[in-house]
Structures are given as C-alpha cells and as structure tokens.
Design a protein around this ligand. Structure first.
Ligand code: ADP
Length: 447
C-alpha cells in the first residue's frame, strides 16, 4: 500500500479522495493555487504545497509543478480526481517515468479512449454496440453526404478530440450538412487543436445511460451497474440516478456483462465509465471516460463499495476487493449537482457563502468542500456540492430528497437548489419519464 498520496485536484473531489486516504491510513499531500489557500481540503491534509497562481494552466494543470511537489514531499502516488489532469495521458506517462504511481489506467488506455474515433473502433472490436456512423474521420463533403445518406438524417458531426459537450453539430437534412461539417471542424480545431470530426446517426429521444466499470489491470473486469444521467443542460449532467428507472434486469445484465468483458479483454486498470445512449431498448456506445466521475457516489450508495478505496487498492497492486457476484444493488440513489449559479439563467454566482447548513439523517450524503464564511473563487467550475440521497426504492428516495432539499441552506450566493425543489415535484420526474432533451425543454417553458 502507498505511504503518501498527492491529490492533484481541488473542491469537493479533493476532499472526497482525502477522506478515502485517511480511512486507508495513507498520508495525504494536497497541491493548491493561491486562490485556494482557505479550501477545506488544504486545511485537512497532512501537507499542502502551493503550486501557483489562480489560473488552472499555471497551477492545477501545471505538470512540472505537480511532479516537483511529489519529489519534495516524497509522495509515491497521485490521485487526479476528475477534470484537470485526470485524462491526460502525458501526465500519467511522466509520473510513471518518475516512479510515481498514477491512480488510474495506463497512459495508453487514456490515449486510446481520449481519441473518440479510436475509442469507437475499439468498442466495436470488443463487441460493444456503437451508434451507426462513419468508420473514421470525415473530411470531404461528398463522403459526408454519402455516409449521411446511408445512415439517414438527422446526423450529428462530432469532434474526435471532443469533451464537455463541445464541437457537436446536428444536420437534419442534406442542405444543412455542408455548414454543419464546416462549423464542427472549425470549432474542433479552435477548441482542441485537432479538427478531425466524425459522423453519427443523431438519436432523437435517447436516455444517457453509463456503466461503472473497474479493471484490475491483469485481465479481470467487473461492472457496478448503471447510472442514468439523462437530465442535462447543454450536455452537462444536472441530476443522476442509479439504477436507471428505464432499464429492466435482463437489459442491465446484458450490457453489464458486455462492458465487464470488454474491460477485462483490454487489460484495463482502475475505474472507468462506458457511456451509452439508450433508445427503444438498444444501447449505443458514445464514449469511455477513464477516470472517476462526478456522479460516482450514487453507485457507492446502491452497492456499498467505496470506489476511491477500490481505485487506490488496484493502483497499489492489491487487486479488486470484489468479484462480480459480490456486487449487489440495494435500493435507489439520486444525486443533485449544486452549482453556484443562478437557477434560471445559470450565470455563475461566485462570492462569499454567509451561511451553509447541510441536511442530514438516514440515507443522506453531502460531498462538499465549502463552509459558512467560505469565499468561492471565480476561477474554477461552479460545482459547490453534491447532495446524494439513498432510499430502499425510488419512491422513498424521492420523498427523502424532497425533505433534504427543504433542509439545505446556502445563503450569500445563488445556487441551483431551487431548480431541484421544482424538479422533485414534477410528474415526469416522479415517473422517471424523461430523455436527454427533457430538461432543456422544461427550462425553455420557464415553468
Ligand atoms: P462529450 O465528450 O463532449 O461529453 P459525448 O459524446 O459524451 O460528448 O456526448 C455528450 C452528449 O451529447 C450526450 O450525453 C448526448 O446528450 C449528446 N449526444 C452525443 N452523441 C449523440 C447522438 N449520436 N445522438 C444524439 N445525441 C447525442
């Protein structure tokens, strides 16, 4: 087991990883920018190293400084959290070259899945169902026209290097194709420095369903069931559920087995998420994330397994603590992402939290790095906490969520809490009857 882990992140996830390390008796080092001197994870860590000024590229994305912090403190492993360097293959390779363990998959697996065209090819080879579309990158309009004609409109043009919902353009007819192709390519080039794009069938009313998987790096793979992340705004997840209200046990078993086998065959190590769109009983692979996800706690709630413990175990060579038959699903869990944003316009709302009171009681978990008197710096993403609620079934979970939302107090800034108070009383949400466009339509109506 590791002696000392360096946490290369900030906010709630830095605290989340710190808690796991403490429970495992591992010393903790955190790195932080000058804007985060007062952060909770900095206060609670055994050691803290300031690695630069507020902009992420000068601190949380500064590989050189983070490696130096490892050398100075003698950390033998790094946990990257999510975002920042968590899916940076070069970072994983550099750490390996310094004999520091990256708590995550190999640089090669990160690279493979970071290129969406290659990821899709790999998925197909491993027997994972994919969205119909081009086999690789598409550059010529004539080729785009031919492929779109074959799969049928509407189609979506996506950036191979894409992420965060950027660089995607829908074409509903051949007339729209030329402009969509050109715009997607120039957006991809500007955002990612790589203008490779590919074409997929655009699914009209899918749900977003993702499988939590784990590999031991030595040919074993397991799945921890699915999460339903269909409630999105601008392709960003807002509310997540485990298990999905839309799947039956046979479908879960089928797709879960495919994913666990794929991970095993890849020789994948650590946590991963295989994302699908799901429509009319069919799954369509869209991408694989090679890291811990924001919404991992709902999977922990229904399985009772600490996924960060598991990541650390696997990275240290201790293997998985569970086999597939040990993984059982109990009850239902929902996560609400609480952002420091206006609940209607979603404009960021940084500032000082004058009062912060979290709900409690059976089945309630709040993962947050903020506290009363904390000043939210304006430089980073607006997630200030996650409310995770577990119940014996979905109805109990929703009742408990409504009660927890009533108890939650965040004063001094705007948050998305009022949105969740609306959603929890909505009939479609109560019925689990929503697709990936539901939330945008609901917000557009301004109900
Ligand atoms: P990113 O890596 O930028 O998040 P994804 O490929 O994961 O991109 O897609 C993000 C979201 O975009 C999906 O959750 C879904 O809402 C939408 N999307 C992606 N591909 C399709 C498709 N073929 N049809 C319909 N919607 C899609």
């Amino acid at each position: 087991m590791f002696q000392k882990v360096l946490i290369a992140n900030r906010g709630e996830i830095a605290l989340r990883v710190l808690r796991a390390c403490k429970e495992l008796g591992i010393q903790t080092v955190v790195v932080h920018s000058t804007a985060d001197t007062d952060a909770m994870h900095v206060r609670l860590a055994d050691e803290a190293v300031c690695i630069g000024p507020p902009p992420s590229r000068d601190s949380y994305l500064n590989i050189h400084q983070i490696v130096a912090a490892c050398e100075i403190t003698g950390a033998d492993a790094v946990h990257p959290g999510y975002g920042f360097l968590s899916e940076n293959a070069k970072f994983a390779d550099i750490l390996a070259a310094h004999n520091i363990t990256f708590i995550g998959p190999s640089g090669d697996h990160i690279r493979m899945m970071g290129d969406k065209i290659e990821a899709k090819r790999t998925a197909k080879r491993l027997g994972i169902p994919v969205v119909p579309g081009s086999d690789g990158a598409v550059t010529e309009e004539s080729e785009a026209r031919r492929i779109a004609g074959e799969i049928g409109y509407p189609v979506i043009i996506k950036a191979s290097a894409g992420g965060g919902g950027r660089g995607m353009k829908v074409a509903r007819s051949e007339a729209e194709l030329e402009v969509a192709l050109a715009t997607a390519r120039s957006e991809a080039g500007a955002a990612f420095g790589d203008d490779a794009v590919y074409i997929e069938k655009y699914l009209e009313k899918p749900r977003h369903i993702e499988l939590q998987v784990f590999g031991d790096g030595a040919g074993k793979g397991v799945h921890f069931g699915e999460r339903d992340c269909s409630l999105q705004r601008r392709h960003q997840k807002v509310w997540e559920e485990a298990l999905s209200p839309a799947l039956n046990e046979a479908e879960r078993e089928r797709i879960g087995t495919i994913c666990a086998n794929a991970v095993a065959e890849l020789g994948y190590s650590g946590a991963g998420t295989i994302e699908f769109l799901y429509e009319n009983g069919e799954f369509y692979f869209i991408e694989m994330n090679t890291r811990l996800q924001v919404e991992h706690p709902i999977t922990e709630a229904i399985t009772g397994v600490d996924l960060v413990h598991e990541q650390i175990r696997v990275a240290s060579g201790g293997g998985l603590s569970v086999t597939q038959k040990d993984i059982r699903f109990q009850g239902h869990a929902i996560e609400c992402r609480i952002n420091a944003e206006d609940p209607r316009t979603f404009m960021p709302s940084p500032g000082t939290i004058t009062h912060f009171h979290t709900p409690g009681g059976l089945g309630i978990r709040v993962d947050s790095g903020v506290y009363s008197g904390y000043r939210i710096p304006p430089y980073y993403d607006s997630l200030i906490g996650k409310l995770i609620v577990h119940g014996r079934n979905r109805v109990e979970c929703m009742m408990r969520l409504r009660r927890a939302l009533d108890e939650f107090v965040v004063d001094g800034i705007n948050t998305t809490l009022p949105l969740f108070r609306d959603l929890v009383g909505n009939h479609d949400i109560a019925d689990g009857n929503y697709d990936i466009h539901w939330l945008e339509k609901y917000l557009a109506k301004g109900e």
